[in-house]
Ligand binder design. Structure first.
Ligand code: BT5
Length: 318
């Protein structure tokens, strides 16, 4: 009901009377007034005038499922949006709701237990974009890691000047601005679902001391605060664009753009394995999403993400 009132207010050119709203929706004027107050509590600025009724300020910045949907033009991604003011981790929320629709999005204003890979912590205060996609693609479990690359490409496409540090970091000005954590549930050969969690440092003004040298945000780089709902909608649209190409043509459909965005290519990398460590040059990305490196003796091979650290290019290595 609250969203219906919001829609009416947003589509009205001028004031809308309480009476018009109550008769359009078949509720009492007191109920209208209660919902208006709830909307005010969410941050909408709604003026009321005894004779004329209610008038909403249309460009108020509110972060909610409704505002994300209002800005979203997708077919699959975001058909269902689950919005939390505070939650441990959106990846965990998506796994708990694995029966939700393919393409469902789980968004949190604040994560109290945001996670990176290998159980690392992910700093997720109020001013970032923290969300997870629940995906049910008809692909093999071995292809799931490609979704991380597709997501990286999609995010990088909406952050001007950013590049992808293979496989899952988006880098701006030598610092990490976004991280991606993809998890799945599968049998040996069949996949039941994928959760692709994406954290983007959008309006963060300051990082904790231990992250200052390696993390940045859109706000820190540009001095501009961005609407979270509009930004997330554009990330979801970008994700859908590349994801549909991936489902249709495989990663090969995205690989040229990925190569262009990948700042790891052409750089010296350190490979650290249990039995050896050596320097090599990152020369390509394979259609299977692997990083291809070339050793000093000219021999090339594919490496796994955990083995590689990029030196020189970034303000930090890792
Ligand atoms: C990642 O892990 O980069 C994956 C991060 C995924 C976060 C999203 S938010 C929505 C969803 N819900 C979750 O709980 N997670 C996902 P990794 O490559 O392991 O990088 C983690 C490392 O990045 C940490 O050890 C820190 O050094 C650094 N780090 C932590 N928070 C950061 C931040 N906000 N920005 C940049 N770097 C950060």
């Amino acid at each position: 009901m609250k969203e219906k009132i919001l829609k009416l207010l947003l589509s009205s050119e001028g004031y809308l009377s309480g009476e018009d709203i109550s008769s359009a929706l078949g509720i009492s004027r007191t109920a209208v007034w209660k919902h208006i107050n709830k909307l005010r509590g969410e941050g909408y600025i709604i003026t009321s005038s005894t004779n004329k009724g209610y008038l909403i300020e249309k460009d108020t910045e509110v972060y909610s499922a409704f505002e994300i949907k209002r800005n979203l033009h997708t077919k699959l991604i975001g058909r269902e949006i689950y919005f939390y003011d505070e939650i441990g981790s959106t990846n965990a929320a998506a796994k708990d709701c694995r029966d939700a629709a393919d393409g469902a999005v789980f968004v949190a204003v604040n994560q109290t237990g945001g996670r990176g890979r290998l159980g690392r912590n992910w700093f997720s205060g109020e001013d970032g974009i923290w969300f997870s996609l629940l995906l049910k693609p008809d692909i093999r479990p071995s292809e799931v890691s490609l979704i991380t690359l597709v997501a990286g490409l999609a995010v990088s496409a909406v952050i001007d000047g950013s590049g992808i540090k293979w496989p899952n970091d988006i880098i701006l000005s030598g610092k990490k601005i976004c991280g991606i954590l993809t998890e799945m549930s599968s049998e040996i050969t069949s996949l039941s679902y994928v959760v692709c969690g994406i954290g983007i440092n959008l309006n963060i003004k300051e990082f904790p001391a231990e992250l200052k040298c390696k993390a940045t945000s859109v706000y820190i780089e540009t001095g501009v605060l961005t609407s979270k709902a509009q930004f997330l909608a554009s990330v979801l649209e970008s994700f859908e664009k590349y994801y549909l190409i991936f489902l249709d043509k495989g990663f090969e459909g995205c690989i040229d753009e990925y190569r262009k965005k990948c700042i790891t290519l052409g750089k010296d990398v350190s490979i650290v394995r249990r039995d050896e460590s050596f320097q090599a040059k990152a020369v390509d990305i394979s259609p299977a999403g692997e990083l291809i490196i070339e050793r000093e003796n000219g021999v090339s091979e594919a490496v796994f993400s955990g083995e590689v650290s990029v030196r020189g290019l970034l303000g930090y290595s890792g």
